[in-house]
Design a protein around this ligand. Structure first.
Ligand code: KIV
Length: 283
C-alpha cells in the first residue's frame, strides 16, 4: 500500500492496482455532497449524469443538459479538496463527434474545475480526441444508461458469447485510445473479472462483482435517499430518506403544536447569550 496523497491525481488512479489498492468512487452533485464525500476519504467524486434521476427527478438520464451538469460540477468542486473530480459528459454532449466532445469537455475543465471527464460507450474517436486535448477520460461500458432505448431498458449487459466478445473488444479499444480508468456497469462478474485481468487501467464496478479494481455507487442510492428504485447491486449504508422524512415530520409537529421555537431559539429571551447572536450574524 502506498501513502495516501494530499490530492488524488490521474496517474495515482491509473496505478492503483500496482499499489494493491482498491479505488473508491461515489457520485456527488453539490457542495455538501462533494464535501462529505471528500471528508470521508473517497478517491474519486463523479458528478454523474444520474443527476437527472436522483436530483432532478427524471425517469432516465437522457434529458440532463450541459448547462445543468456545469452548474452541479461547479457546486461539487467547491466541496472537493482531495478527491479527483470527474464530470460526466451528458447525452448529446459528445454524440456529434470529437469536435463537439472536446468543446464541451473543455467547459467542464475551464469553467467548472473538473479534472477528468467520463464518456459512456465505446466512442473511440471521442476518447482519442479528448486525450489529445489533454483531458483525461474515464470510459464507461456495460449498462450505459444513455443507451437505454437501444437496450430496451435498464438491463444487464455482456451476457452471451457475442456480447462478451464485443465488451472485451470495446474495453481493449478504450484503453488503447488512452482512457485512464473504466467503469463497468451491470455486467456478469466473470466478465468483469476477465476485463479487469486483461486491462492495464483500473476498472470501477457498479453491479459488476468484486473482481474490479474499485467500486462506485450513486450517493442517493447508498444513503437511502433514492427510494423509487432499488437495484440489487446497491448496498444501503444509511436510510437518510426515512430519517429526513421523520425529521421533517417532527419539525412540522413542533411548529403546529407551538413547541418550536422555544424561548432559547428566539431573540426575545433576556438570558440569550450574546456571543451566539454575534456568531449568527458574523458581527
Ligand atoms: O451517472 C452516474 O452516476 C454514473 C455512475 C453510476 C457510474 O455513471
Amino acid at each position: 500500500m502506498g501513502t495516501a496523497p494530499k490530492r488524488i491525481t490521474v496517474p495515482w488512479v491509473r496505478e492503483a492496482r500496482a499499489r494493491g489498492e482498491r479505488l473508491v468512487m461515489v457520485t456527488a452533485y453539490d457542495f455538501p455532497g462533494g464535501r462529505l464525500a471528500d471528508q470521508a476519504g473517497v478517491d474519486l467524486v463523479l458528478v454523474g449524469d444520474s443527476l437527472a434521476m436522483v436530483v432532478l427527478g427524471h425517469d432516465d438520464t437522457l434529458a440532463v443538459t450541459m448547462d445543468e451538469m456545469l452548474h452541479h460540477v461547479r457546486a461539487a468542486r467547491r466541496g472537493v479538496a482531495r478527491a479527483l473530480l470527474v464530470a460526466d459528459m451528458p447525452f448529446g454532449s459528445f454524440h456529434l463527434g470529437p469536435e463537439q466532445a472536446v468543446a464541451n469537455a473543455l467547459r467542464f475543465v475551464k469553467e467548472a474545475g473538473a479534472q477528468a471527464v467520463k464518456i459512456e460507450g465505446a466512442r473511440i474517436d471521442v476518447v482519442r480526441a479528448l486525450v489529445d486535448a489533454e483531458i483525461p477520460v474515464m470510459a464507461h461500458l456495460g449498462l450505459t444508461p444513455q443507451s437505454i432505448h437501444r437496450f430496451g431498458g435498464f438491463r444487464v449487459q455482456g451476457r452471451g458469447a457475442e456480447a462478451r466478445t464485443a465488451l472485451l473488444e470495446a474495453a481493449r479499444a478504450v484503453e488503447e485510445a488512452g482512457a485512464f480508468a473504466l467503469v463497468l456497469e451491470c455486467i456478469p462478474s466473470e466478465l468483469a473479472r476477465e476485463v479487469t485481468s486483461e486491462l492495464g487501467i483500473p476498472t470501477l464496478g457498479i453491479g459488476a462483482g468484486a473482481a474490479c479494481d474499485g467500486q462506485v455507487l450513486v450517493f442517493h442510492d447508498l444513503l437511502g435517499i433514492e427510494e423509487r428504485i432499488a437495484p440489487r447491486f446497491v448496498r444501503r449504508y444509511a436510510e437518510l430518506g426515512r430519517d429526513t422524512r421523520q425529521a421533517l415530520e417532527a419539525f412540522a409537529r413542533d411548529v403546529r403544536s407551538g413547541a418550536f421555537p422555544s424561548p432559547q431559539e428566539a431573540f426575545d429571551d433576556p438570558g440569550f447569550p450574546a456571543p451566539r447572536v454575534e456568531r449568527l450574524y458574523g458581527a
